[in-house]
Design a protein around this ligand. Sequence first.
Ligand code: CA
Length: 300
Amino acid sequence: MGEVKSALRSHVGRVRSVNEDYGWVGQLQGGLSAAIVADGMGGHLAGEIASGLAVESLVQSLREWKEDLSAKESEERMRDMIRKANEVVFNTASLNKRYRNMGTTVVVALLNEKEGLIGHIGDSRAYRIRDGQLSLITDDHTLVNELAKMGQLTPEEAQHHPRRNVLTRALGTERDVAIDIRRIDWMPGDQLLLCSDGLSGMVDDEALLSTMTDPSLDLEQKAERLVELALAAGGEDNVTVALVGYEPDEASGGAGGSANGSAGSGPDGGANGNAGSGPDGGANGDAGSGSNGGAEGMPA
Ligand code: CA
């Protein structure tokens, strides 16, 4: 088993004056990790309120999560959790004129050591990065995506369509809402990227992938870099990035490979310092690895 890390960045962007996105990452009981991105809408302060309320409600529900993810009921449980967040936002909007019609997207990921559940409404996205490939897990609930699926727009046209941010579903705008739940497998070496359309609408897949697979960056730096890319592309919208990385054991140089390799190996509990190690300060110095961390790019 590897170690799970997470990173979160949110930025107002270069055009808007208010950040209506909201993100959260964290560890839960039972060794679960979770990440959430919500992108609010509704004008004035309402969008911010909607995404904030939704995330707050979801985090509260996640903290009470006790089931094993592999159980069938876990999908229903996640649906209930999102329904509850929907109700909170919808009720607040109904009770207060200022918040009328507010709503939010939401994408939430809940992960254990071998699989994950992704719940989603709207056009915030989840991608899994594995073996140098970026896979989109969520299906945008947008008008242009519907048209693209019916063959009326090419994916390219959809990507640049002026009305590409018109949603067909949002959390909090109706009493009931359809929720997409997907189950993914999840193993050491995998990374998960959740984002608002302020990232996915501004930065192409190639740049997302090359950032996520850049061995010189740790997870925090990747999150930072993704936000910088969105800003450099114009930063037309709020941008939020939540990353989860499932780091392989004893990952030192990033070159990896180690993922499964060490199966029967020693007691991996120990702090890296390896059997028989003796001298070399234990700095991940692992069999085979040869030159120690950092040496790579050094001028000869
Ligand atoms: Ca947005």
